[in-house]
Design a protein around this ligand. Structure first.
Ligand code: SF4
Length: 660
């Protein structure tokens, strides 16, 4: 039997907020109303022709507006959901500490920026986690919203708290705080979840939120942590993770969108009101990567490769520019130069927008896929800003260990070609702390940078050549062949970085031409704890938040000491500590906290790949080639997920359009 479909809309908090906005920094970030944003009636379904129950989503990127607004995932889901006349989707972001103080003082709850409705009034609060460092911001938002922090304490009138994004491939550290998690591409699953919520509401909410969660869980595509018990062994490892209710599947699968051309989002890109980290229109030109870099979680969990066709890319660019007015277009993916028709895409777009104010950028470029004519196309309308290449490993030995087969010769030739075509700045990205790494491997970064500068000077005849070396700390991630690896402790990380910096600086011929950017090793340890943690880590996150932890991805807000003090308290009595989660190597038969979450990758294939990495470290010549161009090497994803590689070439070309 259908029940009443219209409910009073919750009051906007804007009247409470408005007079206080002048007292906070960047108040514009809280007001909404961006070009292409959407405000719908709270009872949109009841007002539609079909009638029925409305389903309401608050979507959160758990970071500040300036980082969260450009996030593609949230923008896509916001649009996909709002296109349905029975769904309302609004956005909310983490508020800065000054705004938090105002909200706590005046009892203003966490609100959406679109219509300033309280987040607690929505059916679902969907959070997209690109990184684990957003967890404390989630707790803060829940608390500000007046939503119970722990899922077990939530009543029927509180939203379902749902996590997605790459970090959701191991949501165990936040299992106590979320009701559910989804893995993989969100476009289809958010609609499927909405259908389940709509039906449950239309039936009069039988069985309360437990029944709703059960319905989501039995679908096999939504993970509901409370329906799984974790059993630990005496040594602190996991014995098993088992469903505790009939009908709940043992494993939960990721979602894979198989026809990117059928989902050309964003169609109405949001144009921010305040300054944000990216001010451009981005088109994702393909998803997935099968290059097989062993450290790369993004590549592993997004398999297989699925390309957008050149025609759809062209249509999306034209539409996005027209609707947003952005002057820069970014062609996004994990390795954009690998698109089978990237040359035609680049040329077609460069021809089309020649003479206009539209510039093109290719944010991620592999050394071996780069070609200068491509870079020239992309810079036709724009500045020759720096080019970035990511060899990742300083020595050839390390690059074999990580399966990123870039030879020194490749790199130097590529960079030389860039310098001789007018580029003066090149950025090289490396990681420190990779498995089996020694000081010597890291010091080879300095040699490489010097050779790059020397070659640049040689081919250009100029001395004003610059190379910036940027170094990040390696953090082993779930669902990768390095998921068993020991993370390097932060003291050794820092000492290697110092030795490298000293080596770069002591050579006066190159010191000034080489820029050196790095972070200390401590934040990586916290990221490592959260990445490979289990449910026991939840107490640590809560301790940190209670102690004032917010915005842990921001160096000015991050406190290592706060995290370490919280691990002492939060892990007390468990028999495990932060080192156990981070610098400990795992054995083959250890049950990993995320083993019941299915990314499609076969665990035995990953283990064999891990062993190959260790063999490569000892000199074995083992390379895993890209399955786009060589036979399938059975990583498991395609048969497990019922997917296949989708690549061109399509043979299409981009028709010139008259540019307005
Ligand atoms: S199953 Fe085979 S074709 Fe599919 S991603 Fe893995 S290696 Fe590539």
């Amino acid at each position: 039997m259908s029940v009443s479909t219209s409910v009073p809309a919750p009051a906007s908090v804007f009247p409470l907020l408005e007079s206080r906005l002048p007292s906070v920094q960047k108040p514009i970030q809280y007001v909404g109303g961006e070009l292409n944003s959407t405000v719908k009636s709270w009872n949109c379904a009841a007002e539609s022709e079909a009638g029925g129950e409305s389903v309401r989503w608050a979507l959160m990127y758990p970071d500040a507006y300036e980082v969260g607004l450009p996030n593609q995932g949230v923008q896509i889901l916001y649009e996909v959901l709002n296109e349905r006349d029975w769904i309302v989707a609004e956005r909310t972001y983490a508020v800065w500490p000054d705004m938090e103080a105002v909200m706590r003082e005046h009892d203003i709850p966490q609100f959406t920026v679109d219509s300033h409705r309280p987040v607690r009034a929505f059916d679902v609060l969907g959070l997209s986690f690109s990184t684990e460092l957003g967890y404390t911001n989630m707790l803060n938002a829940l608390d500000l919203a007046g939503i119970a922090l722990h899922a077990v304490d939530r009543g029927d009138d509180e939203p379902i708290v749902l996590a997605g994004g790459h970090a959701a491939f191991n949501p165990e550290p936040i299992a106590d705080f979320i009701d559910a998690a989804v893995l993989g591409d969100g476009e289809e699953v958010v609609l499927a979840i909405s259908e389940v919520v709509r039906e449950w509401k239309a039936e009069g909410r039988p069985g309360g939120r437990d029944e709703l969660l059960r319905r989501l869980a039995v679908s096999g595509g939504v993970y509901v942590p409370k329906f799984y018990d974790v059993v630990y062994t005496a040594d602190g490892t996991i014995e098993a993770v088992v469903p505790n209710k009939p009908g709940i599947p043992f494993r939960v699968s990721k979602h894979t969108l198989m026809d990117l051309d059928a989902w050309p989002y964003p169609r109405k890109p949001l144009v921010p009101l305040a300054e944000t980290v990216h001010e451009r229109f981005s088109v994702e030109i393909f998803r997935g990567c099968t290059r097989g870099c062993r450290f790369c979680q993004a590549g592993m969990i997004t398999r297989p490769v699925r390309e957008r066709s050149i025609k759809t890319i062209g249509d999306m660019v034209e539409n996005g520019i027209r609707k947003s007015g952005f002057e820069e277009v970014g062609l996004l993916s994990l390795s954009s130069a690998d698109h089978t028709e990237i040359g035609e895409v680049a040329k077609g777009l460069a021809d089309r927008y020649e003479g206009s104010n539209v510039s093109l950028s290719l944010p991620s470029t592999r050394v071996d896929a780069f070609n200068i004519s491509l870079a020239n196309e992309f810079s036709r309308n724009g500045r020759r800003s720096g080019l970035t290449f990511a060899p990742e490993g300083g020595s050839e030995r390390m690059r074999k260990v990580i399966n990123k087969m870039v030879t020194e010769e490749d790199l130097i030739n590529t960079v030389a070609a860039a310098y001789s075509h007018g580029w003066r700045q090149v950025k090289l990205y490396f990681m420190v702390g990779l498995p089996t790494e020694t000081d010597e491997d890291v010091l080879q970064v300095a040699d490489l940078a010097k050779k790059v500068i020397a070659k640049g000077r040689e081919v250009t005849g100029h001395n004003d050549i610059r190379c910036t070396v940027s170094i990040g700390g390696f953090v082993p991630k779930p669902h990768t062949p390095f998921q068993w690896a020991a993370q390097l402790d932060h003291e050794t990380t820092d000492s290697r970085l110092k030795k490298l910096r000293d080596t770069v600086r002591e050579d006066k011929r190159f010191g000034r031409a080489i820029g050196f950017r790095y972070h200390d090793g401590k934040p990586g340890i916290v990221e490592g704890l959260l990445s490979r943690g289990d449910r026991r880590v939840g107490r640590v996150i809560e301790e940190v938040w209670r102690d004032g932890g917010r915005f842990d991805g921001w160096s000015e807000h991050f406190s290592y000491d706060r995290w370490m003090a919280a691990t002492e308290r939060g892990l007390a009595g468990t028999g495990v500590d932060v080192d156990w989660y981070t610098v400990r190597e795992r054995e083959y038969d250890e049950v990993l906290p995320w083993d019941h979450l299915d990314s499609g990758l076969d665990k035995d294939w990953m283990w064999a790949d891990w062993e190959d990495a260790l063999a490569a470290a000892e000199g074995a010549d083992i390379e895993v080639e890209d399955c786009r161009w060589t036979p399938c090497y059975d990583c498991g994803v395609c048969p497990e997920m019922g997917t296949e590689i989708q690549i061109g070439p399509t043979g299409q070309t981009l028709l010139p359009l008259s540019v307005v």
